[in-house]
Design a protein around this ligand. Structure first.
Ligand code: PRP
Length: 185
């Protein structure tokens, strides 16, 4: 049987490090969203954020609701300005009472989250903030700073813990760098 771990050059963020990151961010969320005037909704951006969302929400102790969106950005990796396509929208009649916290696995060019935060604010959300496990600031094409960030990573081909290459590797429990021969084949 093929072992996907053999395709990994090195572990970039270990399971223990991820555990510490989710613990820290959950505490920050608890601190910031305490209070009866808050209605916190964690919005998972499918598919990459699924694993991070699942672990993070278990550690947050303030009351939360959850929701999902599926978004893709056009012109990824190209020089185009970048637009997003919303394949699964947030359909909440109560959005104007919701404090949305968008959960992402990675911020790369920044196109997805910079558009999405504006879109959800225009839809009438009471507040919109962003949380990412990984941030690759060196890849930015638009100015964007996440409100909560797990760890900055270099511009390497990262997979695992939700992140994929050709839909594989998402189930690995750590974030690793893929061997170049895997994606240059
Ligand atoms: C990834 C990631 C973010 C986006 C970040 O999703 O989950 O949504 O790209 O890139 P950006 O900052 O350049 O906009 P992807 O389109 O790979 O879909 P997936 O989560 O389903 O794998």
């Amino acid at each position: 049987m093929r072992n996907l771990k053999n395709d990994i050059e090195k572990v970039l963020v270990s399971e223990a490090e991820i555990d510490a990151i989710t613990t820290r961010i959950a505490a920050e969320i608890d601190r910031d969203y305490a209070g009866d005037d808050k209605k916190l909704v964690l919005v998972c951006i499918l598919k990459g954020s699924l694993v991070f969302m699942g672990d993070l929400m278990k550690k947050v102790t303030v009351p939360v609701e959850i929701d999902c969106m599926k978004v893709s950005s056009y012109g990824k990796g190209s020089e185009s300005s970048g637009q997003i396509h919303i394949a699964l929208d947030l359909l909440r009649p109560d959005i104007n009472t919701c404090d949305l916290l968008i959960i992402e696995d990675i911020v790369d060019s920044g196109v997805t989250l910079s558009h999405l935060t504006k879109y959800l604010a225009l839809k009438g959300a009471k507040s919109v903030k962003t949380c990412t496990l990984l941030d690759k600031p060196s890849r930015r094409r638009v100015e964007f700073v996440p409100d909560y960030c797990g760890i900055e990573v270099p511009d390497e081909f990262v997979v695992g813990y939700g992140l994929d290459f050709a839909e594989m590797y998402r189930a690995l429990p750590f974030v690793g760098v893929l061997k170049p021969e895997v994606y240059t084949k």
